[in-house]
Design a protein. Structure first.
Length: 67
């Protein structure tokens, strides 16, 4: 089992996709400013858990859902 360091996300700015509706529906938010990682959270539960993906994995996911 790998030891995964914790990341301090207390000062990050979260953003929704420009494709998200303004009604606060089922949206994800991402935090910019981490060159190798992409923090992700549920916009409906901003104090809930955050997932952190490698930037390359997140880019592959985004590319796959665009198709």
């Amino acid at each position: 089992m790998r030891n995964i360091p914790e990341h301090d996300l207390s000062g990050v700015t979260w953003r929704k996709s420009r494709y998200s509706g303004g009604s606060g529906g089922d949206c994800l938010e991402v935090a910019d400013g981490h060159p190798t990682l992409v923090p992700v959270r549920d916009s409906k539960n901003p104090h809930g858990p955050k997932l952190i993906f490698r930037a390359s994995a997140w880019a592959a996911f985004v590319e796959a859902v665009r198709i």
